[in-house]
Design a protein. Structure first.
Length: 123
């Protein structure tokens, strides 16, 4: 049969067409996680950091959940170097407890948007 099409040829032709449609945005693709978003585990670590500070009699932190959300926004808006620093600090806090880096992160959501502070990080 001169007009017959093998299964292999059909897959090759339709696969190429599907790839072209995906590249043009005509076919839906899977959901992609936002690489700049704070992971739930690190958000929980940040909340635990605030809880640990709040447990100290000298401090009383108000609006913990609001501050966790604010830190997640700061994290998402920051560059990759800051996110790497924050990831390391939060992971270290989970493993070993307080560190200077973790305490620096804890204070960020308490700064007002118009406060201009320069942070120098070395990794």
């Amino acid at each position: 049969m001169p007009g017959s099409l093998t299964r292999r040829q059909l897959l090759i032709r339709t696969g190429g067409a599907s790839v072209a449609l995906v590249c043009l945005g005509a076919l839906p693709t899977g959901a992609v996680a936002d690489p700049a978003a704070l992971t739930p585990a690190r958000a929980a670590a940040y909340a635990a950091l605030l809880d640990a500070i709040n447990a100290t009699p000298a401090y009383e932190l108000a609006d913990r959940s609001l501050r966790v959300e604010r830190f997640a926004q700061i994290y998402a808006d920051a560059d990759a170097n800051f996110r790497a620093y924050a990831d390391t600090a939060l992971d270290d806090f989970e493993a070993h407890g307080f560190s200077a880096a973790a305490l620096d992160l804890a204070g960020l959501p308490y700064l007002e948007d118009n406060d201009s502070h320069t942070f120098a990080f070395t990794v």
